[in-house]
Write a protein that binds this ligand. Structure first.
Ligand SMILES: [Zn+2]
Length: 93
């Protein structure tokens, strides 16, 4: 899975460091593995209560003046769906 993600955190791409390992991230409602994240990104998801709506709103908020961000979001979405296989995993909508 880590190789499929490019060797680093799914979200930010940072590789594991000596002082901070990567974490296997689970969907807390189903227990299914979603991907591998760094400590910071894993904590950020928890801070947003794993709520896709809040995370999208946060992304819109910080990217209001950053054209091109939407393309990166769509690319990340396709990559995430490829990790879960069929693309019908939880939160896919
Ligand atoms: Zn990260």
């Amino acid at each position: 899975m880590l190789e499929a993600q490019g060797g680093g955190c799914f979200i930010c791409g940072r590789p594991a460091r000596e002082d901070s390992s990567l974490h296997v991230d689970h969907d807390h409602s189903t227990g299914a593995i979603r991907g591998i994240l760094c400590f910071s990104c894993n904590n950020a998801l928890a801070d947003f209560q794993d709520d896709p709506t809040l995370l999208r709103k946060a992304a819109c908020y910080v990217s209001a003046n950053s054209p091109g961000v939407e393309e990166e979001i769509q690319l990340a979405r396709r990559r995430a769906l490829s990790l879960v296989g069929s693309g019908t995993g939880p939160g896919a909508g």
